[in-house]
Ligand binder design. Structure first.
Ligand SMILES: Cc1cc2nc3c(=O)[nH]c(=O)nc-3n(C[C@H](O)[C@H](O)[C@H](O)COP(=O)(O)OP(=O)(O)OC[C@H]3O[C@@H](n4cnc5c(N)ncnc54)[C@H](O)[C@@H]3O)c2cc1C
Length: 467
């Protein structure tokens, strides 16, 4: 099933405004970090977790709670991975995941148990056409176009068939025998942008209809007032986590695996491993294995190339779009660069645009000069705002970060069944975790969290359960 970005019928302006005015959940402020003091790496653990994003942190928390020995190894300078909060414009700015869903994942429960603050996100998106908010009838037309796309996609993959996602979504509707062919719906192009590039970072002809139809990710309904990246980092604060600790080689040594860390002479022995690095990092061979990974897995990794999503954050004082805090905006496809806007983050002047595919690749390569030009073009062509309204942007560059190498992965046409391979244990002892692993809900923070917990559960089962 294709995930509608909001539940059917929820997208009236009235309901949207009611949802967005919901109060902050009354939770205590962010926890202090206080993990074990950094010391020499352990020589021997029950479970080693490689990769300190949401999946790795969730796995490490589960293993820590079991009483088994473990270590969490992160190559970068901080935990959080693609959930990263940085300071810009004197505030906390998320340039990765900026929200997540409470449905079906224990991420929200974990945050609440740790006393970390959460806040609701408004449901739905506000639609704009030619600089003005769309009428109620346009919301209905958009919802109908999205529903039709969803039905067409499901029909195309009926019985497990797989085709390019563009095939069912761009096929011309059959014309009634006695009339001229119908023109495409005015929202079709916007729906296609939303389902392809803006969701997966790639154009629909490069995406598998089967993989996309199985996604069915729940809607993001929560955020963190201090930043989602800061929240994820705080969830790892009490763990035995080692940052700036890149794993370079994993060797199968029979009864255990040896993990080689750059700059360390002695490898770590682990009886089980949760491997929570991004799929494109594995696909690129940036982490070596001895013996090499099974061909079935490397083929599956190649069948799911990375998509590109990059974000540009900027201040837009005066609320010229008339947005509520944290409101999401979708402008009808036209001459402006395609992007999703989240406005007035936390009620401030901060706005974040997410660009996709070729535009995102340009931002990843060229940085803030490109992001500023694209943000200005977006605001001027959609809303008639003068370029000088935005004087500065900060942007993400996930695509050129060697530890990440893209925003998320999605199957190529005909390869929609390959994601199932990631559920297999590798060399009996290595369990994969990350946003790319689940067949449903993939590409989200909640999926990453849940997959980390599941991989840890399998690692513990291999060891015979908790200590
Ligand atoms: C622009 C953008 C916007 C997004 N917005 C949302 C959103 O609003 N809602 C949502 O639900 N999701 C969103 N996502 C997706 C979400 O951020 C990811 O799905 C999730 O953070 C992935 O977590 P992960 O643990 O699987 O991987 P990551 O967070 O990428 O963690 C993997 C970790 O492995 C580390 N690593 C790599 N190589 C090594 C090595 N050799 N040794 C040790 N460590 C290594 C990396 O440094 C990284 O920290 C967004 C993503 C992007 C890029």
């Amino acid at each position: 099933m294709i995930r509608p970005p909001f539940p059917p019928g929820s997208l009236t302006r009235r309901r949207f405004l009611a949802a967005s005015s919901a109060a902050l959940l009354p939770l205590p402020a962010l926890a202090q970090s206080g993990g074990p003091a950094a010391s020499a790496l352990p020589s021997d653990v029950d479970v080693a977790i490689v990769g300190g994003g949401a999946a790795g942190i969730a796995a490490a928390r589960r293993v820590a709670a079991s009483g088994r020995s473990y270590v969490l190894l992160e190559a970068g300078p901080t935990l959080g991975g693609r959930a990263r909060t940085r300071t810009a414009f004197g505030m906390n700015v998320d340039l990765g995941a900026g929200g997540f869903s409470r449905t079906g994942a224990t991420l929200a429960a974990g945050a609440q148990a740790d006393g970390l603050a959460l806040a609701p996100l408004p449901s739905g998106r506000r639609l704009f056409v030619d600089g003005h908010e769309a009428r109620e009838s346009a919301y209905d037309a958009f919802t109908a176009a999205l529903g039709k796309a969803r039905r067409d996609m499901l029909a195309a993959v009926d019985g497990g068939k797989d085709v390019a996602a563009s095939v069912p979504l761009t096929a011309a509707p059959p014309a009634p025998a006695s009339s001229a062919p119908l023109p495409p719906d005015i929202w079709t192009a916007t729906v296609l942008q939303l389902l392809g590039p803006l969701s997966c970072g790639r154009a629909l002809p490069t995406l598998s209809a089967l993989d996309l139809s199985q996604r069915d990710a729940p809607v993001d309904d929560l955020t963190a007032p201090g930043g989602v990246g800061a929240l994820i980092e705080a969830l790892g604060a009490k763990l035995d986590a080692r940052t700036d600790t890149p794993v370079t080689l994993i060797t199968n040594s029979g009864r255990f695996h040896s993990i080689t860390v750059r700059g360390q002479r002695t490898p770590i022995r682990a009886r089980a491993i949760v491997l929570a690095v991004p799929a494109p990092v594995l696909a690129a061979g940036a982490l070596r294995f001895n013996p090499v990974l099974p061909a079935r897995l490397t083929n599956a990794l190649r069948a799911l190339p990375a998509g590109a999503l990059e974000q540009a954050a900027f201040l837009l004082p005066g609320n010229p779009l008339g947005l509520q805090p944290n409101e999401a905006v979708l402008a009808r496809a036209g001459r402006a660069p395609a992007a999703l806007l989240r406005g007035r983050i936390g009620g401030s002047d901060l706005h974040v645009l997410t660009f996709a595919d070729a535009l995102a690749r340009e931002i990843a390569e060229k940085g803030e000069a490109s992001a500023l030009r694209l943000a200005r073009d977006y605001l001027s062509l959609n809303f008639g705002l003068a370029a000088e309204r935005v004087s500065e942007v900060v942007c993400s560059r996930w695509g050129t970060d060697p530890l990440i190498r893209g925003a998320l992965v999605a199957a190529s046409p005909g390869q929609g069944g390959q994601r199932r391979v990631f559920a297999d244990a590798v060399q009996n002892r290595i369990f994969l975790a990350g946003e790319y692993v689940p067949v449903a809900g993939w590409g989200t923070l909640s999926a990453a969290w849940t997959s980390g917990e599941a991989a840890a559960g399998r690692a513990l089962a291999l060891l015979g359960g908790p200590a």
